[in-house]
Every structure is written in structure tokens, then in C-alpha cells.
Design a protein around this ligand. Sequence first.
Ligand code: UGA
Length: 437
Amino acid sequence: MKIAVIGTGYVGLVTGTCFSESGNYVTCIDIDETKVQRLQAGEIPIYEPGLEEMVKRNTKAGRLMFTTSYEEVIPESKCIFIAVGTPMTADGSANLSSIWKVAESLAPLLPEDAIVIIKSTVPVGTNRKLAEMLKSLTGREVDVASNPEFLKEGAAIEDFSKPDRVVVGVSRPEITDVLHELYKPFLRTEHPFLSMELESAEMTKYVANCMLATKISFINEMANLCERVGADINQVRRGIGHDQRIGFSFLFPGVGYGGSCFPKDVSALISVANDREMVPSILNAVDQVNTAQKRVLFEKINRFFEGELAGKTIAIWGLAFKPKTDDIREAPALVLIDQLLEAGVSKIKVHDPVAMENVRAEYGDKLSYYDHHYDTLDGADALAIVTEWNEFRHADFDYIRHKLTQPVIFDGRNLYDPAKLKARGIKYYGIGLSSEK
Ligand code: UGA
């Protein structure tokens, strides 16, 4: 099948590449000329395990192309995926201007039997509006579909290739078969292909992300409470997770969720509810808890130093919003850095395996950057861990104790066993641990 994918961000690039891997002819369109040139040369603008090899393999095989030209691609395409960004506006709603711009560029070039599919996360009603817009621009009914994406950064290829489910919303039942055919190579037994109305598919995406964000804020609130009553959230987590109705996933307490999706989608759904004169109490609370949680690590550090942070040196391990990505959007590490700078620390020594350049672009020489995490420790008064990269999990505690001016670790991801650290003479503060009381 001939496929066009518009937008070569996370979702667009992964979608296009995976569809080419399953034998389709895919052309990815982006208005950014430099990005397109880089992609044509096999340079990937994001860090995503396995993506670079897959792009190179399919480009070489002639199944994956990149261009800035709609004219070259759209008239030949059966399925046209829109995967442009829908960033958060100042009032929390989703900014859809890129979607409408794409629709205007597409309309005059659309073949009769093409299907226009929105993969970007868009609020309810957007697909219906797109259908109306395309009808008024072309003078005929155009098939549209909503096909939300559930992939996680850092595991994008795996998630796309082995989806738990595929959800499509369709403007006409006949479209379902075409999309089912396209997704067939990725469907496994007991992992369904679900066809529904446009509005339900649009809501599914938001409800899924908001449910996951709710789980995280809930466990973070319980972790904070555990600290105050002398309970241990890790034990409580085990205690509840074995109840199959609750389960274990997405119940790791930490420094709050970040990234480009949860914060944006929770705000957008709040805004959708407000527009319909509904107060979404749970979503509002999820957002508030998360904003507060991003400040928890700083509060612990500040309390430890009794408010005397001026002149201190703090080492930070992990800057990306989660491991296996270089994405620092809404990353809790940035909140900690801002708070430490505001408190007047003299030096912040940072390391992240892949996100360092993105942080350098934002903070420049306000921070000191180190290629190895152990090199941040020299002369530091404390170590703060913000992202749970695997390389931090087995640390040399004797070395850490020896290097820090006073041996104290503030761990926003509960990587270590508090008893073990205590035995090694290191003070240890995690999230929701009984030792915090
Ligand atoms: C999320 C969803 O998981 C995907 O299904 C969805 O497709 C995607 O958003 C999207 O809408 O595009 P992603 O933002 O890549 O994916 O990252 P997650 O792995 O979901 O993590 C989000 C945040 O939650 C991270 O900051 C992570 O540290 C935090 N988290 C996650 C916790 O604090 N505790 C947990 O138990 C799990």
C-alpha cells in the first residue's frame, strides 16, 4: 500500500518506519527542510532504541522516503496519516493549528479513494471538523479516521510492532477493512483491532493517558503519606499489586510524571471538560499532585541543609523525563535544577547518558556537564537521582561515600535499598520510605 505520513516527530517517524518495515511504500512529509535532508541521509533527530537501523534498512530498500513536497506524494497515496504536534496552549487546551494547515495543503491533491487518518492526539470533535473542512475544500465527502497512538518513548518500535490493541475511529464502516489490513502484520492473538466511532477513538487516547497519570499521582500521594506514618511505599505497592484488579504497572512512586504526553493530555482533557461546563475534579487533582511532586526532591534537599543551600554543590544523575530517551520536556530534573539555582547553590554537576545536549541548549554554562556519572561527585555536597537509568542501579557506594563531601543521596526513583546504604554510612532519602519519618 502507498502511505503518506505527515510530520516526522516521534509518532510520525516511528509510524512511517514501522509501516515500511511491513512492506508498504511510505513517504514521510515534513515542512522542515533540514530535518528532511538529515533523514534522507539516515540521521535520526531523536534518540529511540532501534529506530536508526530500521530507518536506514527501509530507506535502502526503497520503501521509506522523506520529502517536503505534498505534490509528489499525496496524489499517489491511499492512506494519509497526520502526525503533527498538538502542543499545549497557554490555557491548557491543545493547539490544532498544524492540523488545519496540513488539511489545507492536502485538500487540492487528495485522490478520490484516499483516507485521511489523524494519529496526533486531538480533542473530541477534531476528526469530525476535519471531515467538514475537507468536504468544503474538495466539494465531496472525504473518508477520515482517528487512529490514536499508544507507543511509549524509549520503547516506541516495540510498542508499535506489538500493540496491546489498535484503536480506529471511522467516519464510514468500510474504512475499517483498509486499516485492519494495514495493521494485520502487527496484530497478535488476543490483542484486538477495535473499530469505533470517531469521538470514542479520540476519547480513548485521552482517557488512557489520564488513567495512567492518575495511577501515578495516586501512588505519589500515598507515598508521601507513607513517609509521614512510617510506612514503606515499596511494601505497600507489593501489598496492593498482587490484587489482580489493581496490578503492578504504573504504580512506581517518583518525582512526578513528565514528558510530552501526560502533562499535555491531562491539561487538554481538563480544558475539554471546562468547555462543556464540567469541573473534572479527579483530573484537576492529578495535575495538582503532579506539580507538587516535582518539587518534593528539592524540599528534601532543602530540609536536610536547613535552608542553607547557598554555596553548596549538588550532583544530579539523570535529566531526561525517563530512561532511554533524550526528551527533557516537562522533566522533573528541570524543576529541581530551577529550584536549586533559585536557592543559590554554587554549582550543579550533571550527567545523563543521552539527554545532556538538550539540557546544555537550555541552561548553557549555568550547569557543569560530565560524561560519566561518577565524575559529578567530586566535591559535591549531595547526590540527587532523578531518572532511573539502568547504569545508576548498581552503584559503587564506597566510591560515592568517598567522593561526596558529606555522604547523602536524595533518590527520586527509589533505586537503592535504604538498609544497605545506612550500613555503608550513607544517608539516604527516597520517596515514600519508612526511613524518612
Ligand atoms: C505515554 C503513554 O505511556 C503512552 O501509552 C502514550 O502513547 C504516550 O504517552 C503518548 O501519548 O504519546 P511516554 O510519555 O513516552 O508515554 O512515557 P511513559 O513511559 O508513559 O512515562 C510517563 C511518565 O510517567 C514518566 O515521567 C515516568 O517517569 C512516569 N512514571 C511512569 C512514573 O512516575 N511511575 C510509573 O510507575 C510509571
